[in-house]
Ligand binder design. Structure first.
Ligand SMILES: [Mn+2]
Length: 357
């Protein structure tokens, strides 16, 4: 029988959404978290990892997924210092594996992690969500010193000058260079993950297109095919993030769920719905009818093709007056989790009923 393991992201002791609350969501199995007090590229303290594990297990949950171990920019840029950072990365894999972690989510996006233009856009029902409007992105040029250079979600640890410098380094790179640097990284990291029996699960670029002329490669089916072949080992897999892929109408997320689940290469799923617009997209409630994605068909594709990994509701809206980390409140993500449970139960019972006949 296929089993999905329901999971939930938790930002550690400072998170207003506590483990005591998360454990009350029906069917909750695994906490997705990371060590947040260490700069990218450095080795995590074993004591920090053990402390996370202890808190999570005391709450009756499992600590089996890390999101993320960030990839240092020197690795993505292919600088000589990358070997040191890759060795640190491998050491982090060994350390989290020793604590029982089975899956590590990461991304290979230059400079900017996820990009949105507003974090509190009011939807018709009065809830707020994260949105991306292209004209607002186009108005911010990181190479012009007079632009104010801020969009929500950007790494605040860079000064404006540092940001311009690092963006310029990437703009001198081609997509092929980035592919080469990704391959170099995977060839060194995947054997360690395989030895520890940890699944590496790359997250797609969010959104799944180039911004500011920076190379972005984890964006579409053709490129995911190429990615999986870079190191053809089941430990080299993906996080299927439905919202990151689904914000482009060129991506058929149902087809991709079928294809990569049947190959056994989806280790982690982020389920969220987006409404695709002519000039970008809006994050919406998880329910299929609220956005552009058919969440039922995606779940069914996963079920039918043997998916048995970790799945979590992704960003939620802010509802019922909740305040907190945009996308990561309790209420709407809990509604999302419950919806995923409902879809899965219906799909499973339908499939078992068919077998009996
Ligand atoms: Mn995601």
């Amino acid at each position: 029988m296929n089993r999905m393991k329901l999971s939930f992201r938790w930002y550690g002791e400072d998170d207003k959404v506590t483990l005591e609350k998360i454990r009350q969501i029906p069917g909750m199995h695994t906490i997705v978290t990371a060590v947040y007090d260490v700069p990218p590229g450095e080795v995590w303290q074993m004591s920090s990892i053990e402390s996370l594990k202890m808190q999570i297990e005391e709450a009756g949950l499992h600590f089996e997924v890390v999101e993320s171990i960030p990839v240092h920019e020197d690795i993505k840029l292919g600088k000589p210092e990358r070997d040191k950072y890759i060795e640190n990365y491998c050491e982090n894999i060994r350390r989290v594996a020793a604590a029982g972690v089975k899956c590590i989510c990461y991304n290979f996006m230059p400079v900017f992690d996820w990009t949105r233009t507003q974090l509190d856009h009011e939807l018709a029902d009065g809830s707020t969500s994260l949105v991306y409007y292209q004209e607002q992105v186009d108005a911010v040029n990181p190479l012009q010193s007079d632009s104010d250079l801020t969009l929500p979600g950007w790494d605040q640890s860079y000064s404006r000058e540092q940001l311009k410098e690092i963006v310029a380094q990437y703009q001198a790179m081609t997509e092929e260079d980035l592919w080469d640097n990704l391959k170099y990284f995977l060839e060194r990291v995947i054997p360690v993950a395989a030895a520890c029996d940890v699944n590496m699960a790359i997250h797609e670029d969010d959104p799944c297109w180039s911004i500011f002329g920076l190379p972005r490669i984890i964006t579409c089916e053709e490129n995911l095919d190429r990615f999986l072949k870079l190191v053809d080992d089941s430990h080299n897999g993906i996080t299927l993030c439905t919202g990151s892929l689904g914000c482009s109408c060129h991506n058929d997320v149902v087809h991709m769920a079928k294809k990569y689940a049947s190959q056994g290469r989806i280790h982690f799923v982020h389920m969220r719905n987006v409404k695709v617009l002519d000039n970008g997209f809006e994050e919406r409630a998880h329910l299929s009818a609220c956005g552009s994605l058919d969440m039922y068909e995606i779940m069914k594709a996963l079920y039918d093709h043997g998916f048995c990994g970790y799945i979590r509701p992704d960003h939620g809206r802010m509802i019922w007056g909740e305040t907190g980390r945009p996308g990561y409140g309790l209420y709407d993500r809990a509604l999302g989790a419950t919806y995923l449970n409902g879809l899965w139960e219906a799909i499973e019972k339908e499939a078992e009923g068919r077998k009996k006949k």
